[in-house]
Ligand binder design. Structure first.
Ligand code: ADP
Length: 223
């Protein structure tokens, strides 16, 4: 896959919250040149810009619950029609329910996209440790960990000096609620993907470094 020849590719990153979907999507964006479409980032942008949609979803996100399918379906179908998605794109955090996949997969197939699903497997104890240590730059989106990849100056972004934030939904009680939503509403998608006939690959990502996970994903995508 080189982004310019053959059918366009929808690379779907799947896995529990904190499995590294966002980190991998950023690395893949740089290496494949495809845009990164994160429904979580799109929803947080709606909240930050005081958009009415943001008011509607804020409480759900703060409680670790999923937002309604029709909201994210609409965000993604609009975004995918932007010209930068013509050769391919990376979906991070979508689809997250069977109802979302039932809308998106036939739609993308109709548009001629090849779909590749990557499942990042990480154990839940590691997820709780990772997410409660996560810090995010509100300006450039760079992700740090106070335990494994701290910024050079405590609490400040290496690139633009912005003060780093803890995502509101990274508090432990909310992380547990997000994992519960994942188990109940998102995990059943694994069977759906397996039955859908699209290429589906698992990456054991609990103790692998981000660059190692990236090369495993690239290996699957380039097959
Ligand atoms: P994570 O994958 O670590 O939970 P995200 O940034 O992808 O983080 O999502 C944050 C929150 O945004 C979710 O807990 C949920 O409330 C909402 N959200 C994101 N994507 C979806 C989706 N596809 N369907 C429903 N809700 C979503």
């Amino acid at each position: 896959m080189n982004g310019n020849s053959g059918p366009p590719t929808a690379l779907i990153l799947f896995g529990p919250p904190g499995s590294g979907k966002g980190t991998q999507a950023k690395l893949l964006k740089d290496s494949l040149g495809f845009p990164h479409i994160s429904t979580g980032d799109m929803l947080r942008a709606k909240i930050a810009s005081d958009d009415p949609l943001g008011w509607r979803v804020k409480g759900l996100m703060q409680a670790g619950k999923l937002v309604p399918d029709e909201v994210v379906n609409q965000l993604v179908t609009q975004r995918v029609q932007d010209p930068d998605c013509e050769h391919g794109f990376i979906l991070d955090g979508y689809p997250r329910t069977i109802a979302q996949a039932r809308v998106m997969q036939p739609w993308l197939r109709g548009l001629g996209y090849d779909q590749v699903v990557i499942h990042l497997k990480v154990d839940y104890i590691s997820i709780i440790t990772r997410l409660t240590a996560r810090r995010v730059c509100p300006s450039c989106g760079t992700i740090y960990s106070v335990t494994s990849s701290p910024p050079k100056v405590a609490d400040h972004c290496d690139y633009d000096g912005s003060r780093l934030l803890v995502r509101e939904d990274d508090r432990e009680s909310v992380v547990r609620a997000r994992l519960e939503s994942y188990d109940r509403q998102t995990k059943p998608l694994l069977d759906y993907f397996a039955a859908s006939g699209f290429p589906f690959h698992e990456v054991e990502a609990t103790s692998a470094r981000p660059q190692e996970v990236l090369s495993m994903i690239r290996g699957f995508v380039e097959r």
